[in-house]
Write a protein that binds this ligand. Structure first.
Ligand SMILES: Nc1ncnc2c1ncn2[C@@H]1O[C@H](COP(=O)(O)OP(=O)(O)OP(=O)(O)O)[C@@H](O)[C@H]1O
Ligand SMILES: [Mg+2]
Length: 431
């Protein structure tokens, strides 16, 4: 289907010969009530309202639909025309590489964008559990800490937990530039408009963008669009995965996805619980995370990193808690470490990669254990040492920690020239 006519065929295939039309029956409470489409529409279907904005079906009764608009519903009136467009879908294409799109698959970088030949549902099931592969081989990341102490393997799903401004987005960008993958899909959920451009132009740069697709919904857009942003990025990632490629999916942030979901669910009539989050939040997060991971059969894998904003380092906060249960590793970033200028500000003792011990050799595992012991001993003794209460020689573990921690701390911020080279560097830091 990759002929010069493919984009035209995709557009032609999308034309519906006959339209089903409904009418706005009521407005208010953040939603629109539409009559006349209850016999065709299904939950999650797309609509076009008054020829000027999209909307999605949130609820159904025998006589009416509850619809949330993509934009503010200002100016809509009773009786306005509503077109039924069918299930929410996206048609990704290889030509999308290097591009910035919105959650509806429209270009937002000022150039035309072709639709791919096949429409994919926005809410797809994960690969069947029985035929799914296990986690794959270790990946080079370009960062010493992830090449050694917190290995990332193919198909792994990782959560990145940190307070605001501790360096989540910068670390995600380092993964986008340095992790070995065929395609990188980045969801920027609810960022400020200025940040999207800055991320694409300065942080990723031309080199980073050649293998990347950015899906962005800015903070001023409706909760519907912000929620769709993560789903759309996942759909694009699945398109490339099904072509047998290894995809890196970065979602910044799952917290803003959950907040958008909360707004949509509450508008649909769900009661808030769990610290303001409605009960369906857990399912929304888990079903998204479950779609990433190893593929089945001849398809590729989706390695995913989800950032989570944890206010005041509260790891029991609902979104963090839900995500932690579904992922294969978590990286905790600490404000104190960022404040003393060590980036990435990873708190190694509270971070875990569930790919260990399988992802490393016995010698490498021994080195990882030793590094953790040293950093653990320093963590326990730091206050005592700095207050001058520790007498050298009274505890060999603390003596080791005093001697080795400065080099290890520097190592955690280093770039990596490859997994083997980084382990040799780590070995040097532990002598
Ligand atoms: N690797 C790094 N090297 C130097 N400075 C860094 C690094 N990572 C983060 N910083 C500093 O921390 C600031 C915040 O980083 P970043 O925007 O990545 O944080 P964030 O956790 O994504 O913030 P937010 O919660 O606002 O999204 C940066 O502007 C920069 O000053
Ligand atoms: Mg950020």
């Amino acid at each position: 289907m990759n002929t010069p006519f493919a984009p035209l065929s995709a557009v032609l295939a999308d034309i519906t010969p006959a339209h089903r039309i409904g009418r706005i029956a009521a407005l208010g409470g953040g939603t629109v009530t539409v009559s006349g489409l209850s016999d065709v529409a299904a939950l999650g279907d797309r609509l076009q309202i008054d020829g000027r904005m999209g909307g999605e079906v949130l609820g159904l009764t025998p006589d009416s639909l509850t619809v949330m608009c993509d934009d503010a519903p200002d100016g809509l009136a009773i009786g306005d025309e509503v077109l039924w467009k069918g299930p929410a879908s996206l048609s990704p294409d290889t030509s999308w590489l290097g591009r910035v799109i919105d959650p509806l698959g429209q270009p937002i970088d000022g150039r035309p964008l072709y639709r791919g030949p096949e429409a994919r549902p926005l809410r797809a099931p994960p690969p069947p559990p029985a035929s799914r592969r296990g986690l794959g081989a270790r990946l080079a990341t370009g960062m010493a800490v992830f090449d050694t102490l917190l290995p990332v393997v193919c198909g792994q799903r990782i959560g990145l937990f940190a307070g605001s401004g501790v360096g989540k987005s910068t670390l995600l960008a380092s993964f986008a530039r340095g992790l070995s993958a065929d395609v990188v899909v980045i969801a920027l959920v609810g960022e400020r408009g200025r940040e999207v451009r800055e991320f694409v132009e300065n942080v990723l740069g031309t080199d980073g963008m050649t293998r990347a697709i950015v899906v962005a919904a800015t903070s001023d857009q409706s909760p519907m669009m912000r929620q769709r942003c993560a789903l759309a990025a996942m759909t694009v990632a699945e398109h490339f995965r099904d072509q047998g490629r290894h995809v890196l999916l970065l979602v910044d942030s799952i917290t803003r996805f959950a907040e958008a979901h909360r707004e949509v669910a509450v508008a649909a009539g769900e009661a808030a619980s769990l610290r303001g989050y409605p009960p369906s939040t857990a399912h929304a997060i888990m079903s998204l995370a479950e779609r990433a991971g190893p593929g089945a059969g001849s398809s590729g894998d989706i390695t995913a990193v989800f950032s989570v904003l944890v206010a005041g380092s509260d790891m029991d906060e609902p979104v963090a808690d839900i995500l932690r249960g579904t992922i294969d590793g978590h990286v905790v970033m600490d404000r104190k470490i960022a404040e003393r200028g060590r980036f990435p500000a990873i708190d190694l003792l509270r971070s875990v990669s569930r790919s260990l011990p399988h992802a490393a050799t016995p010698q490498e595992n021994a080195m990882i254990r030793r590094a953790r012991q040293v950093l653990g001993a320093w963590d326990r003794a730091e206050m005592m040492v700095q207050a001058g209460l520790y007498a050298k020689g009274s505890d060999p573990q603390i003596d080791d920690a005093i001697r080795l921690t400065p080099a290890l701390d520097m190592f955690l911020a280093e770039k990596s020239e490859g997994i083997g080279a980084s382990f040799r560097r780590l070995e040097g830091c532990l002598i």
